[in-house]
Design a protein around this ligand. Structure first.
Ligand code: OGA
Ligand code: MN
Length: 206
């Protein structure tokens, strides 16, 4: 945990290998639902399904899915409290989904954060794939921090989606993408958000 806090403070991201032991990954895989939905982009009125940008399928995590998910959510709560205690990020809640990339699926370069008060501050991605090989593609590419998507051109990290690996980064700082998967690829992507009213709740009429 200290290494995570240090790395977030100094470089804004951390790659935590063997965050989960193989049996913990197994119990998450057992909890994985059979029904999937097409992933969407944006929020509120502009929710769209654009398969050219991302073609994965998702399922939002809930504690009812089973013991593996419950244990995972408990770990994320531990991270939330530690990060808040040391870095004062004011993380309020965690939302996460399983993601399944079929062969040929990808997710083009993007930021996770939305504009607005209930923003995503910290991204987590946990990988659930045994024996992932270089030739299997599906790497997570993290770009050097830049003000815009267009200016995010230099690669910072190229990471294989290896079982038990957790990647954590500041959502507003790093553009990233998922390269085309050449074998089925499973992960849990999650976001810690800050508390705040949404634009819809703001009453600025006077
Ligand atoms: C995401 C995402 C990365 C990954 O879902 O927003 O960037 O490696 N996922 O699955
Ligand atoms: Mn993302």
């Amino acid at each position: 945990m200290d290494a995570l806090i240090d790395a977030l403070f100094t470089q804004g991201y951390y790659v935590w290998d063997d965050f989960l032991a193989p049996d913990q990954v197994d119990s998450l895989n057992l909890d994985m639902p059979e029904a999937w939905q097409a992933a969407r982009i944006g929020r509120h009125d502009d929710l769209t399904t654009k398969t050219s940008v991302r073609s994965d399928n998702i399922q939002w995590l809930s504690a009812e899915m089973g013991k593996g998910v419950q244990a995972y959510l408990t770990l994320m709560e531990t991270i939330r409290l530690a990060v808040n205690r040391h870095l004062y990020l004011g993380l309020f809640e965690y939302e996460a989904h399983f993601a399944k990339y079929a062969i040929g699926d990808c997710y083009q370069k993007h930021f996770d954060s939305f504009h607005g008060a209930t923003n995503r501050r910290l991204t987590t991605v946990l990988y659930l794939n045994q024996d992932w090989q270089l030739t299997d593609g599906g790497e997570l590419v993290i770009y050097q921090s830049a003000p815009s998507l267009e200016q995010s051109t230099d690669t910072l990290e190229t990471l294989l989606p290896k079982s038990g690996r957790l990647v954590v980064f500041l959502s507003e700082k790093f553009a990233h993408q998922v390269n085309v998967a050449k074998r089925e690829r499973y992960s849990i992507a999650g976001w810690f958000r800050v508390n705040g009213v949404t634009e819809n709740q703001l009453d600025i009429s006077r």
